[in-house]
Design a protein around this ligand. Sequence first.
Ligand SMILES: NC(=O)c1ccc[n+]([C@@H]2O[C@H](COP(=O)([O-])OP(=O)(O)OC[C@H]3O[C@@H](n4cnc5c(N)ncnc54)[C@H](O)[C@@H]3O)[C@@H](O)[C@H]2O)c1
Ligand SMILES: [Zn+2]
Ligand SMILES: [Zn+2]
Length: 354
Amino acid sequence: MSINQKTMRALVKEVNGPEGLVYRTDIPVPEPKDDEVLLKIRCSAICGTDMHILEWDAWSQKRIHAPVILGHETCGTVVAVGKNVTDRKIGDRVSCESHIQCNDCWFCSNGMPHICSNVKLFGVSRDGAFAEYATIRSDCTFLLDDDISDEAACMFEPMGAGVHGVEAAEVEGKTVLVSGCGPIGLTAIAAAKTFGAKFVIACDLIDEKLEVAKEMGADYVFNSGRDDLPAEAKKLTGGVGLDAAIDITGAGPALNTALKCLRAAGRLVCVGLPTKPITFPDMADDLIYREIQLTGISGRLVWKTWEDFAKVMKGPYYKLERVIGGKYAMSDYQSALDAIRGGAVGKMLVYPDR
Ligand SMILES: NC(=O)c1ccc[n+]([C@@H]2O[C@H](COP(=O)([O-])OP(=O)(O)OC[C@H]3O[C@@H](n4cnc5c(N)ncnc54)[C@H](O)[C@@H]3O)[C@@H](O)[C@H]2O)c1
Ligand SMILES: [Zn+2]
Ligand SMILES: [Zn+2]
């Protein structure tokens, strides 16, 4: 290993149970295995998943085995490589695919590593990136162009599902609805515009979010609580309906409204994760008789989504500053968590060196 430092600062989830996140300064710097790189972490973003882990929800109870260093949305520089690594070198700046595929199962062998059946999760089922240094297999790193900032690099993983949703909707030349203008929805709006949608309608329940949606390139915005979205969609398409809808709310009412906005043989792409069961009361008329295509989205395509997202970041629509909520020293992580719990909008970044 080419660095002399033996111990490092890290945020460690120390107990199997709620909370228990501790800022430690005495964690051994990890050694990269033969197929891994050692990263000097530049910054990392806090994910909703990290918050769920601290709440100790059912998902976390199955996956977390404390102690573990959290953090999976990151940007780092390669400072050492294992002996079998040929695709990365010292000095490379990278972001990381948090879904560590097995490269062996049926899905990995058939071009779908993003839905690997033996996936391991960076910063969840093994140590992650809320630390000065982290190791990860080199084939889970994405090489960054110089014109992608460290902060932008941290957005690939969390927002990538929105870009993947746009890829699945095949938006070029199409009329598109994006439901939900949270950070992932906003990213999807910018992606749909970048990839040549004829026009993009965005909807949300909160007017302020619709204003940001316009900045991200939405051609039309509607408040789902007030406006008759299916009627507006028909008006804008000469009575036909929209080609594609991308749901990034996970909310039943939004999904049902989106179905009614679509034309026959249109496509509904589901990115948002429901927090309760969803019903389709008019499924025969809304979906079956109209041959609607229904598609789920899991994470990001490796590496197509990443390459596409890089184009979105460099394009005219994506406004990074509208999806970043705050920047904190890692030692001040509690302030970042307080901001999130207080309802602050946007991604919070932590810097291990500050
Ligand atoms: N499929 C995946 O791989 C994947 C990956 C990451 C996140 N997600 C999911 O994507 C979703 C969006 O993430 P986010 O961080 O942008 O969340 P967010 O909560 O910030 O955004 C959701 C938005 O939907 C709006 N909304 C809620 N109900 C609505 C309705 N009926 N009509 C219109 N708008 C409505 C909310 O006001 C909010 O602005 C979440 O459900 C998240 O769990 C999915
Ligand atoms: Zn995440
Ligand atoms: Zn696999």
